[in-house]
Design a protein around this ligand. Structure first.
Ligand SMILES: Cc1cc2nc3c(=O)[nH]c(=O)nc-3n(C[C@H](O)[C@H](O)[C@H](O)COP(=O)(O)OP(=O)(O)OC[C@H]3O[C@@H](n4cnc5c(N)ncnc54)[C@H](O)[C@@H]3O)c2cc1C
Length: 43
C-alpha cells in the first residue's frame, strides 16, 4: 500500500504543502481536508 499524506486546511499553506510533497515523492497520495466550501481561493 502506498503512502498517504493528509493535509488539514486547503488554503495557501495546505496547497503549497501538497505541491511540495508531490514534487518530493510523486507516488504519494495527497488528501486535503478543507472545512470551507472552496480550496485555495484568493481573498
Ligand atoms: C482580507 C484578506 C486579504 C488578503 N489579501 C492578500 C493578498 O492580496 N495577497 C497575499 O499574499 N495575501 C493576502 N492575505 C493573506 C493570505 O490570505 C494569507 O497569508 C494566507 O491565506 C494564509 O494561508 P494559510 O494556508 O496559512 O491559511 P488560510 O488561508 O487561513 O487557510 C487555512 C484553511 O484551513 C481551513 N481549516 C481550518 N481549520 C480546519 C479544520 N479543522 N478542518 C479542515 N479545514 C480547516 C480553513 O477553512 C482555511 O481554508 C489576505 C488575507 C485577508 C484576511
Amino acid at each position: 500500500m502506498g503512502k498517504r499524506v493528509v493535509i488539514i486546511g486547503g488554503g495557501a499553506g495546505g496547497a503549497s504543502v501538497a505541491a511540495e510533497a508531490k514534487r518530493t515523492d510523486p507516488s504519494l497520495e495527497i488528501v486535503i481536508l478543507e472545512k470551507g466550501n472552496y480550496v485555495s481561493f484568493s481573498a
